[in-house]
Design a protein around this ligand. Structure first.
Ligand code: HEM
Length: 152
């Protein structure tokens, strides 16, 4: 369980780095008019693999660990929703990250669409940017009251 948490935690940095790179690449693609390359495709693929692995690890931690389902089973959802810390782990982190990973998945799928390359870059850019904002808002950063966790 400890190893899974460490991996889940470390992968956040991989996701953030790849997501930033993908945003910069999509933006440069949008503004330069260059064509969608195999590099763009690969970056999107690695980003999606990192995101899905983190999601899977998160699901295991949420179901079998002490910071997820067990809060709801032990206390009931009524109590969970009134407690900021339990609500964060049972609902907010889960839902926020699920949405972010879905956006990354759709953003990566853009590569396979039969649309002009500038449209691919534009769609991917916005999907990845919104995913980044949601992830930044939903990670239990050390400075967050009550739910803060270490940087690594
Ligand atoms: C891109 C997606 C995600 C990122 C970047 C992310 C990030 C993090 C980080 C940084 C931590 C703190 C790790 C630590 O204490 O060292 C954490 C903990 C946790 N995450 Fe996620 N997470 C993601 C998705 C999810 C999802 C989808 C779920 C649930 C289905 C989830 C469930 C959990 C749980 C239960 C913990 C606490 C585990 C414990 O302490 O026992 N995460 N997450």
């Amino acid at each position: 369980m400890h190893t899974l948490l460490l991996l889940h935690s470390l992968l956040r940095w991989v996701i953030l780095l790849l997501l930033l790179a993908a945003i910069v690449q999509s933006y440069s693609g949008m503004s330069s008019g260059r064509s969608f390359s195999s590099g763009d495709r690969k970056l999107g693929l690695f980003l999606m693999i990192a995101a899905h692995t983190t999601l899977l690890l998160g699901l295991v931690l949420w179901v079998f660990g002490a910071f997820g389902l067990s809060f709801a089973l032990d206390n009931g959802m009524g109590v969970v929703m009134k407690n900021a810390v339990m609500r964060y782990w049972v609902v907010e982190h889960f839902a926020g990250m699920l949405i972010a990973v879905a956006l990354i998945t759709v953003g990566r799928g853009v590569a396979k669409k039969r649309i002009p390359d500038p449209a691919k870059f534009k769609r991917a850019f916005w999907l990845f940017l919104i995913a980044l904002i949601i992830i930044l808002a939903t990670v239990p950063w050390p400075f967050r009251a009550g739910v803060g966790r270490p940087w690594i």
